[in-house]
Design a protein around this ligand. Structure first.
Ligand code: F2R
Ligand code: MG
Ligand code: MG
Length: 313
């Protein structure tokens, strides 16, 4: 390996590690605040400091499943990924899963087809944020191929979230991760927004991406939640997560702390913010004391390196 390819290798490994550990640390940081009222950055930091262990939730657990399947199959395979989701859920059903996925897994175990079971779980399918919160590894794996990324991000969504708003959230979150991971030097927040707007199809998301521009410079974070939303729906959580990451292009900690401080679906918004920010800034940007407390961090590190190697083939 030449000096420059070694540098390239280390550079991207840091980004893959930053993304997977960044999403897990954001999820864990936000978990005690899920469903809470907005709070202050200092309260979020105090909560982090007083905890001895950072325990992650379903967000990270499902992102692990996506990663395991991408590595095992060398790309997206919906049938295999469904089996991994069900296996992982059966091992750790207490991770705080949304209402829909366990019902879908049950239907599949009872004989329903993996690519049909989610269609009627809600009218039009689910537009919850559950397929966006786990999609970051798809963005890493297909980071140089937007067409296959869209197919895989939407495909992994359809296992549990078939609604067009659920699928679009999963695609845009994957694309935000890819844009952050790919760039050296880092793309500016304005460039990332423009690329997302080029690829978005759903009007609801286009409108919110446009609103992010006006929120990048606000000194009142509460405005983010009131304009974009901070709820469990993908069309609320995904734009807000992207906004928090873009507002703090040089600080992973500032981005995820702000995401948690907004309240609402705090673990999931911080998970998605952490995935984008970690992919952009690399593992070195995540506070060491958070990584030291993070549950299962050795396994996440191993997956990140294996995903990088699988993506390179
Ligand atoms: N489940 C939770 N948090 C609740 C409690 C956790 C607690 N800590 C504990 O364990 O005790 N968080 C996780 O769930 C969210 C992701 O959910 P997902 O996977 O999207 O679920 P679902 O059921 O598909 O959708 C969520 C809700 O969205 C509404 N909804 C979706 N589609 C709809 C439609 N077509 N029409 C109307 N409503 C729709 C429903 O209210 C769904 O229940 C993350 O926050 C994760 O952290
Ligand atoms: Mg969760
Ligand atoms: Mg959540």
């Amino acid at each position: 390996m030449t000096g420059s390819s070694r540098k390239n290798d280390d550079y991207f490994k840091s980004k893959f590690r930053g993304c997977l550990l960044g999403l897990a640390a954001g999820d864990a940081l936000g978990a005690p605040f899920e469903g809470a009222w907005p709070t202050t950055a200092s309260q979020v930091l105090a909560s982090a400091a007083e905890r001895t262990r950072f325990r992650y939730t379903d967000d990270t657990h499902m992102a692990i499943g996506v990663t395991e399947s991408l590595i095992a199959c060398g790309g997206f395979d919906g049938h295999h990924m469904t089996e991994v989701f069900i296996r992982n859920f059966d091992r750790e059903p207490w991770r705080g899963y949304g209402a829909g996925p366990p019902r879908i897994f049950q239907k599949i175990k009872a004989g329903a087809s993996w690519n049909e079971a989610a269609e009627d779980i809600y009218p039009g399918g689910s537009y919850g944020n559950g397929s966006a919160m786990r999609t970051a590894p798809v963005g890493l794996f297909y980071r140089e191929d937007v067409g296959n990324m869209a197919t895989a991000a939407r495909g992994q969504s359809k296992i549990t979230h078939t609604h067009p708003w659920g699928q679009e959230g999963a695609f845009l979150q994957a694309l935000a991760v890819a844009l952050a991971a790919n760039s050296e030097p880092l793309l500016s927040p304005g460039e990332i927004l423009a690329r997302l707007q080029e690829q978005a199809k759903e009007g609801l998301y286009l409108q919110k991406l446009d609103q992010i521009k006006n929120l990048l410079g606000t000194d009142n974070p509460a405005e983010i939640a009131s304009v974009l939303g901070h709820g469990i729906e993908a069309f609320n959580a995904v734009p807000t997560a992207i906004c928090c990451a873009l507002r703090h292009p040089h600080s992973y900690a500032d981005a995820v702390v702000e995401a948690v401080s907004l309240g609402g679906d705090a673990d999931t918004i911080a998970c998605m913010t952490g995935a984008i920010s970690g992919a952009g800034l690399g593992i070195e940007a995540i506070p060491e004391e958070w990584l030291a407390k993070l549950e299962n961090s050795d396994y996440l590190e191993k997956l990140a390196v294996e995903l990088w190697e699988a993506a390179r083939l």
